[in-house]
Design a protein around this ligand. Structure first.
Ligand code: COA
Length: 530
């Protein structure tokens, strides 16, 4: 291994250790004490429950584990894991979206980030046609922030709106209540297609005992008001009475054992491992995130048999190959690739090539993978006069209208309009993954410093001194670097997971497979300019 490759590897391994530390905090909020508290209540931790719910020997693909860090809400700086675990696991061979409130995080209450995470997972489930299981244990809305979590679209009420609509589409909504479900939160039990409650552990009521006392003067225990027996024997609001969490898990699995097997809407070829191991990525991606990349060398490490059938490889040398296009297979599934290459600045020729490739993949119904490491489209008079705005807009239109499943993976700079053309969050890719090498912001800190400095000078009415300029530049670089970092973006759910390099192939293959559970429609693109 060359010295440079070794330096890259050491750098990325260290970066991923930082990710491990944050994930540890997300998985163990409150430490051992919190686990003991759960045990005293007869409860297991959420990931243990999920492990039992999913098929033995299969992986649970957990999303957005670093959501909620550094949010600085009233009285709360961090909401580890957003207070909610979401992810895809297999139950009787079928992909299922699993939601689990983590009662160790402020009694599993809903903060704005918790809702965002819940909505995102429901949106994925609806789009891919996947059943949902809710392991519900929540104190409902985080009351100090009621105005930010209760009344709006995509807030509390939308959880139940989504459940109702998904169940009407035939997507099963199953709730297993393992604790409190109060007020609006009670609907997670009552809206389910089938709900499971546990004796002396699950509660569900529109108003808890203190509210009932205040409203009507009635003094009543939680158990007598809305315990598992009340709802399975008297009100009929829940359907299954169990004695323990383990029994409840078995009941959910039994309910879902009668679901028909999911169908894949694509031919699957035999899976062939890459000839270059996926761990080669650690050596092949430069430690400096602003340094250009050889994306073909990256693709070799993720593609079946390391094969990439490139499209228009020799088109417009030096101008067209800052985007590389072609097809590869991920665990036997064909995928069309649009990947940033070199320094990643998109020239008009590359934008044209990418647009063409989106259209071709849509025509033959091949899912698209965008590998993003681009700081933006080429600026300047030559580029503008050549029509970079027009060709960039065509690319954005094609990406927006593509009816095939779309995935984005960020492995470098992710700035400006390149974020649009390469299918960033606003373009609603089916799945969006990031890595420790990703930097997502409107522009780099250096560029922002220059733009903001000219505004500042105009405001002041006189030029800044060289020292003032230097200090201002540095301030902007620090701010933008912080906000572009995968931890900042992951905390705010701007991606579905920050992947370690060795996870990339497995996660992309899973995402392509899940995205193909719904049939692909016909292409239609509106007004392309060309
Ligand atoms: N809003 C804000 N904070 C809440 C909360 C809410 N709705 N529900 C609980 N919390 C906080 C508690 O203040 C406590 O904070 P702390 O750790 O800083 O002291 C933490 O969450 C744990 O709550 P605790 O009551 O100790 O947990 P528990 O396991 O004994 O009980 C509940 C859990 C959900 C049964 C109980 O907290 C409860 O009844 N909460 C109120 C539920 C409600 O009325 N919600 C209406 C909103 S829709």
């Amino acid at each position: 291994m060359s010295d440079l490759a070794m330096q890259n590897r050491t750098h990325w391994e260290n970066e991923e250790l930082k990710l491990d530390e944050l994930v540890h905090q997300a998985i163990w909020p409150g430490g051992e004490k919190a686990v003991q508290r759960l045990a005293k209540q007869g409860k297991q931790s959420v990931r243990d429950l999920i492990g039992k719910l999913t098929d033995p020997g299969t992986e649970f693909f957990e999303f957005s584990r670093i959501a909620g860090f550094g949010m600085d809400y009233p009285d709360v700086m961090d909401v580890p894991c957003g207070g909610l675990v979401t992810g895809l696991g297999k139950i009787h061979g079928n992909w299922t979206m699993i939601f689990a409130n983590d009662s160790r995080v402020k009694a599993g209450t809903y903060f704005p980030i918790t809702l965002k995470k819940h909505m995102r997972a429901q949106a994925m489930a609806e789009r891919c046609g996947i059943n949902c299981v809710y392991i519900a244990d929540s104190g409902g809305a985080y009351l100090p922030m009621q105005a930010d979590v209760f009344p709006d679209d995509q807030q509390f009420g939308s959880m139940f709106y989504n459940m109702a609509r998904m169940s009407a589409m035939g997507l099963k909504q199953i709730t297993m209540s393992t604790g409190g479900n109060t007020a609006g939160g009670a609907y997670i039990v009552f809206m389910a297609c089938q709900s499971v409650m546990i004796d002396k552990m699950s509660y569900s009521f529109l108003g808890g005992p203190p509210l009932v006392k205040a409203a009507t003067g009635e003094i009543i225990s939680a158990e007598a008001l809305g315990g598992a027996r009340v709802h399975t024997q008297l009100s009929g609001g829940a359907d299954h009475l169990c004695q323990s969490q383990d029994e409840a898990i078995e009941r959910v699995r039994e309910i879902l054992s009668l679901e028909p097997p999911q169908q894949l809407h694509s031919h699957r070829y035999e899976e062939v491992p890459p000839r270059v191991p996926v761990t080669a990525i650690y050596e092949r991606l430069p430690a400096n995130v602003h340094q250009g990349i050889n994306v073909r060398a990256f693709l070799e490490a993720i593609a079946d048999d390391s094969q990439f059938a490139e499209y228009k490889k020799f088109y417009a040398p030096g101008l067209g190959d800052n985007i590389v296009t072609g097809k590869l297979r991920l665990k036997g599934l064909p995928v069309g690739v649009i990947a940033s290459n070199g320094i990643g600045i998109i020239f008009a020729q590359a934008a044209q090539k990418a647009t063409e490739w989106v259209l071709r993949c849509c025509q033959d119904k091949t899912p698209l993978l965008f590998v993003q490491a681009s700081p933006g489209y080429m600026v300047g008079s030559e580029s503008e006069h050549m029509g970079i705005g027009k060709y960039g807009a065509d690319m954005v239109r094609a990406v927006s209208c593509a009816q095939v499943p779309r995935l984005q993976l960020v492995i470098g700079p992710d700035n400006g309009a390149a974020n649009y053309g390469m299918c960033g969050r606003g373009y609603r890719p089916h799945f969006l993954f990031s890595t420790m090498r990703a930097r997502t912001s409107v522009m780099s800190g250096r560029s922002a410093g220059e733009v903001l400095m000219s505004i500042e000078e105009r405001k002041r009415g006189n030029p800044m001194s060289e020292e003032e300029k230097q200090a201002f530049r540095q301030q902007m670089i620090d701010k933008y670097d912080g906000e572009a970092h995968p931890f900042f973006c992951g905390a705010r759910l701007l991606n579905d997971r920050v992947l370690k390099f060795w996870e990339i192939r497995d996660w992309l293959a899973m995402a392509v497979e899940v995205s193909l559970l719904r049939p692909i429609g016909e292409p239609s693109f509106g007004n392309l300019r060309f």
